[in-house]
Design a protein around this ligand. Structure first.
Ligand SMILES: [Zn+2]
Length: 376
């Protein structure tokens, strides 16, 4: 069993699929699943590969969702192995994508093969939704499949996204939602001048100081049972010319909101602009909304996932909505129950990304158990 999963993963790691180039990963997955009776449909948009594989025609419809693209490797000299050749060292399996998320895909594939071998006429439909545009712009992947009404036709009841959600032990954390993300760049205009003659200038850093204080201390919401309160964080501040005798002409402040389902993009923009307008400064602001929040409140699929994890890994998972954005925000528009669950995430996007063969076996068994709970 272990060798079979590792062989699948090794094949996937070998295919250098740096976002958004799928580089043959989806064809490999398709060929594997076609041998178990799946039918394939491909959708290419602007160099992004998307594949939908389906087996069955009955309800319920379970979706397995995954991305085949990986992030770049960074500084290759920092890796202790070749990032595109799977290597096991000191009980760890190294390679770009082992945890995020070719490892989960390998487990889904193996679990599916095993499940079908034992339940050839299973009750329901299993669909794989694969994209190569999750780590990049995320425009021509799942978002496009939703916007073009492609996924709606499958009437998916519940879906499992194999993102690496576990923290310390496999199964300790699953996600039933994610926060939204809204960024902005605020530019406050002053008047440049000699630092010895402040009356002839207007210092934008001094103008910014009380505004920053207000933005930081504003209570945007209280969060709810599933979400932490919305957080405002400044990521960059820039002003001045590196010299000591000039009052600068302007200041740029970049910030980001990770927000809960208790607020929304429009409300946050209004709150910020009200603060800025009341301070009578001269400013411009550029907004970039990169993801709406989503939340699955229905319990049925969540409970099946929890019980599968509990029975295989003997652990009670925490249910959270933290972390970055994912394709869950798009799936939630067409599916009532979206759960994310996969391998440990402590090494994702880093050099020496890794997983372990034990975790791959446990995850495969959990995925197989979820298949039995929903379709068995
Ligand atoms: Zn991922």
């Amino acid at each position: 069993m272990k060798e079979k999963i590792i062989n699948i993963l090794a094949d996937l790691i070998k295919l250098k699929s740096i976002t958004p180039n799928d580089n043959g990963c989806q064809e490999y997955i398709s060929n594997y699943l076609k041998s178990y009776g799946f039918e394939e449909k491909k959708f290419e948009f602007n160099g992004v590969s998307n594949t939908i594989l389906k087996r069955g025609n009955k309800k319920p419809v379970l979706g397995f969702v995954g991305h085949t693209d990986v992030v770049p490797i960074g500084d290759e000299s920092q890796w202790s192995t070749n990032p595109f050749i799977l290597e096991e060292k000191n009980n760890k399996i190294f390679g770009r994508g082992t945890a995020d998320m070719k490892g989960s895909i390998a487990c889904m594939m193996y679990a599916t093969g095993e499940f079908i071998a034992q339940n050839n006429n299973f009750d329901g439909t299993l669909i794989y939704i694969l994209t190569s545009d999750e780590e990049g712009a995320a425009i021509d992947g799942i978002q496009r499949l939703v916007n073009e009404n492609i996924l709606q036709k499958y009437d998916i009841d519940c879906c499992l996204i194999g993102e690496p959600t576990s923290k310390d032990n496999i199964g300790d954390t699953i996600k039933n939602g994610r926060r939204g993300s809204l960024s902005g760049e605020l530019i406050i205009e002053g008047l440049q001048g000699h630092i010895a003659y402040p009356k002839n200038s207007l210092n934008p850093i001094h103008l910014a100081s009380p505004v920053i204080h207000q933005l930081i201390n504003e209570k945007y919401d209280k969060g709810n049972d599933y979400f932490l309160p919305t957080s405002f964080q400044i990521s960059n501040i820039h002003s001045g010319y590196g010299v000591e005798n000039i009052i600068p002409g302007k200041i740029s402040i970049k910030f980001n909101f990770r927000y809960s389902t208790e607020t929304n993009e429009k409300e946050l923009i209004t709150r910020v602009e009200n603060i800025l307008n009341s301070s009578k400064i001269n400013y411009t602001i550029d907004w970039k909304h990169s993801g709406e929040p989503y939340l699955t409140t229905k319990k049925e699929f969540l409970e099946k996932c929890q019980s599968a994890i509990n029975s295989v890994a003997d652990i009670k998972p925490n249910i959270t909505t933290d972390g970055g954005t994912s394709d869950g925000r798009f799936m939630a528009k067409i599916c009532d129950e979206v759960i994310e669950f996969g391998l440990l995430n402590h090494s994702i996007h880093k050099v020496d990304e890794h997983t372990t063969s034990d975790d791959l076996v446990i995850l495969s068994n959990i995925y197989k158990k979820i298949l039995s709970e929903v379709l068995g």
